[in-house]
Design a protein around this ligand. Structure first.
Ligand SMILES: Nc1nc2c(c(=O)[nH]1)N[C@H]1C(S)=C(S)[C@@H](COP(=O)(O)OP(=O)(O)OC[C@H]3O[C@@H](n4cnc5c(=O)[nH]c(N)nc54)[C@H](O)[C@@H]3O)O[C@H]1N2
Ligand SMILES: Nc1nc2c(c(=O)[nH]1)N[C@H]1C(S)=C(S)[C@@H](COP(=O)(O)OP(=O)(O)OC[C@H]3O[C@@H](n4cnc5c(=O)[nH]c(N)nc54)[C@H](O)[C@@H]3O)O[C@H]1N2
Ligand code: SF4
Ligand SMILES: [Mo]
Length: 680
């Protein structure tokens, strides 16, 4: 095949790249402007890796044995039917991922509701940005992570990043921040914080107090954008009633950030012209994540940023299709086009597109964490099909999740590598990778992209769409096309009139290189790079301040667990590591788990640099090698979550859920630190 212009398989920046066979070269695309991170550069190697799966497998006497596709799909269809006949339609559950293309996410949602008739479908986006999505929907009436193109940031005077480490998680993104005065809010002195003129290091889980303190300082300094607040928002008074009692000195006692730094941040934000506030997982992955993001949005609204040209608020979505993946129905409560499953008009419309009776569509199902906990229980699903997630490593309290998976009657995993989750499956289905198939993704700025096929897949693998098509046929359900463009044509119609309206997007327009940010409601509509300039998406066109109060982490340190732990990412590994741990150039750099510790804290625990340490919480314990970090708060340790087995950070993380988004508290819990043979 000739050279093909396409996009990276990994994160939501969706850098443009050119593939020549499996050889990668960067390409000049607005988000990356010719740059790629190490993961992008090395992404081609998994296409030819001997570790990739090329034949379906079924567990026989405890071991996975190769079988033909027909045998595997017949077997899966028969088992699913049997279990549904015995226990009802909800006996089968589906688990999707934010890395799946729009077509896959859409077809998976349809497959669950129409082919299986189950309400039990959710996906890993609940682990990722659902708190920002919930807060954005509350405040603005619609959730598009960044309602403006990334390149707008080039003209920013000041950017505040709360809980984001793009220097490691989206390196080419940082070039857009070069002209700005950067304020970074992160308990750790990250490579991103190194780029900042002001680094605020709150105790983990105290961002909301910090945001309230800065809001207080803005108002106290006479910088409230009064005319914007009057003209474009509702609810300031209710939000202020709470913020009024968060004078910076009080917030300092909770966060550890000095009142002077809060006032300095407020002044920087208020005195500049083009200002952005951006949040990511550090602010969001908390049991109070929705409220915390609400706090940062309130600050943005008080400064008059959202919906003003040259300024704004945005959330940095994470996975390749983190944005599109949350719009087209793989979520428990959702129908395509960001419609609600419990909205009668939405049900009627989408059922019409699918050619089924609206009453036949199940209602909302369990959210991710609740779904995983219900697996194999008396009233829970007996079978699970996983597409695009490795929950054994990435879900909180992962040993419990592994036990729940083992309690199932039937586990099916579609993947191209034998992830830790696939290794537990009764049936493993080997699927095509990004460069072997066409598909659209919606990047972090809401731009719909065509990720093109660049090489032929090895013999023996099929696409996820093919798998769904084959299973639906066996279940007696036609109407599940296996061709990506055909699926997209259906998605266009199903999304028409929804918040995320893709009806004017076509493969042809994308092939022509048009920049189409949703909504794109007509065939000749130019797309909507900047949302909210005229009005917000609430019926009255106004944004909402949401009254939010700081309550803090679900679990605080005590005598037994005196430290706090937070978790996140390193540049060279991606997510559960299922892919990047197989790439030598990446894995050689960070081959195993480590724990960042302040040297004094380590020494108190009898640990030296490089020693294996035990990190223990009320849920479990992890083993990781000590890394001294002089700049770290002495009361904090940090671990990446990319590693399997006893190195899983998620053995100790707190599954406490946000009440609105149902997102777990990955970013803070109480732990103890000891030598591996110590009692802690
Ligand atoms: N290399 C790499 N890049 C990735 C990924 C990957 O796995 N590896 N994954 C992709 C995905 S899916 C996502 S979601 C994004 C995530 O991108 P980011 O959100 O940038 O990454 P994280 O490391 O999860 O968290 C960011 C920071 O939050 C800080 N933090 C922890 N607790 C708090 C807190 O209470 N408040 C504040 N303000 N900060 C806190 C951590 O110290 C960390 O530096 O990255 C994407 N890009
Ligand atoms: N402690 C802690 N835990 C976390 C986080 C944290 O910050 N701290 N972050 C959370 C976040 S933000 C996220 S997004 C999750 C991510 O964690 P996971 O949901 O586990 O995501 P991945 O590791 O990307 O797993 C994707 C799997 O699907 C496969 N795959 C990739 N593309 C496709 C495809 O198109 N089809 C199919 N069938 N398979 C595919 C990959 O090979 C891999 O095995 O982890 C969460 N877990
Ligand atoms: S920043 Fe993200 S999209 Fe860009 S090359 Fe790296 S992993 Fe790929
Ligand atoms: Mo994520």
């Amino acid at each position: 095949m000739p050279q093909v212009d396409t996009h990276c398989p990994y994160c939501a920046l969706q850098c443009g790249m050119t593939l020549d066979g499996s050889r990668v070269a960067p390409r000049d695309f607005p988000v990356n402007a010719g740059g790629l991170c190490q993961k992008g550069w090395t992404s081609g190697s998994l296409l030819t890796s001997p570790r990739r799966l090329t034949t379906p497998m079924i567990r026989v006497d405890g071991a996975l044995e190769p079988v033909s596709w027909d045998f595997a799909l017949d077997f899966v269809a028969r088992k699913l039917t049997e279990l549904q006949e015995r226990h009802g339609p909800d006996a089968v559950a589906i688990f999707g991922g934010g890395g799946l293309t729009n077509e896959k996410a859409y077809l998976l949602g349809k497959f669950a509701r129409v082919a299986l008739g189950t309400s039990q479908i959710d996906y890993n986006g609940r682990f990722c940005m659902s708190s920002a999505a919930a807060a954005g929907t509350k405040a603005f009436g619609a959730d598009r992570g960044m309602p403006f193109p990334v390149t707008d940031l080039k003209n920013a005077d000041v950017v505040l990043l709360a809980g984001a480490n793009p220097a490691e998680t989206m390196p080419p993104f940082t070039q857009h921040l070069r002209g700005a005065d950067l304020i970074v809010v992160d308990p750790r002195r990250t490579p991103t914080a190194e780029l900042a003129s002001l680094h605020l290091a709150p105790a983990p889980g105290t961002d909301l107090a910090l945001a309230l303190g800065i809001l207080h300082a803005v108002v106290e300094g006479g910088h409230l954008a009064q005319s914007y607040v009057d003209a474009r928002t509702n609810g300031f008074e209710d939000a202020w009633r709470i913020a009024a009692s968060w004078w910076p000195e009080r917030a300092e006692r909770v966060t550890g950030v000095s009142a002077a730094d809060m006032r300095l941040a407020a002044a920087k934000l208020a005195n500049a012209r083009n200002v952005y506030i951006l949040t990511a997982r550090g602010a969001e992955q908390h049991a109070t994540g929705t409220a915390t993001v609400g706090g940062w949005i309130n600050l943005a609204l008080a400064l008059g940023l959202p919906g003003r040209a040259g300024s704004g608020y945005g959330c940095l979505t994470g996975q390749g299709n983190g944005q599109g993946g949350r719009e087209h129905g793989q979520k428990a409560d959702q129908l395509p086009g960001y419609r609600k499953l419990d909205d009668p008009a939405a049900r009627e419309y989408v059922a019409g597109v699918w050619g089924v009776d609206p009453d036949s569509l199940p209602g909302p199902g369990r959210s991710t964490s609740e779904l995983l906990e219900a697996l194999g229980q008396e009233d829970g699903p007996k079978a699970l099909m996983v597409f695009g997630s490795n929950v054994v490593v990435s879900a909180p309290r992962s040993q419990r999740v592994q036990d729940r998976l083992s309690a199932l009657d039937f586990l099916v995993v579609a993947d191209f590598v034998l992830s830790e989750t696939a290794a537990l499956a009764d049936v493993v289905l080997p699927v095509t990778q990004w460069a072997e198939e066409d598909g659209t993704l919606t990047n972090l700025e809401g731009r719909v992209l065509l990720r093109r096929k660049a090489i032929d897949p090895p013999p023996g693998v099929r696409s996820d769409l093919d798998v769904l098509n084959g299973l639906a046929r066996r279940l007696g359900r036609p109407g599940f096309p296996a061709d990506a463009e055909t699926v997209f044509e259906e998605l266009r119609i199903a999304s028409k009139g929804g918040i995320a309206d893709y009806s004017g997007v076509s493969y042809q327009r994308l092939r022509d290189g048009e920049a189409l940010h949703w909504p794109v409601p007509e065939n000749d509509h130019p797309g909507t790079p900047r949302m909210f300039l005229e009005s917000f998406a609430h019926p009255d066109g106004r944004a909402r301040f949401v009254p939010v109060e700081h309550t803090g982490p679900a679990e605080l340190p005590d005598d037994e667990f005196p430290l706090q732990a937070t978790t996140g990412r390193v540049l060279q590994q991606y997510q559960s590591g299922a892919q990047t741990r197989l790439i030598k150039e990446l894995n050689d750099v960070v081959p195993e788990a480590f724990v960042e510790v302040h040297p004094d804290t380590a020494k108190r625990a009898g640990l030296e640099e490089g020693d294996p340490a035990r990190i223990r919480s009320r849920r479990g314990e992890t083993i990781a090698k000590v890394r001294f970090v002089q700049s770290l708060r002495p009361d904090l340790v940090f671990l990446p979550f990319h590693f399997p087995g006893e190195q899983r950070a998620n053995l100790f993380t707190n599954p406490a859920l946000d009440p609105v988004s149902r997102m777990p508290e990955f970013k803070v819990c109480a732990v103890s630190l000891s030598t591996v043979d110590g009692a802690a």
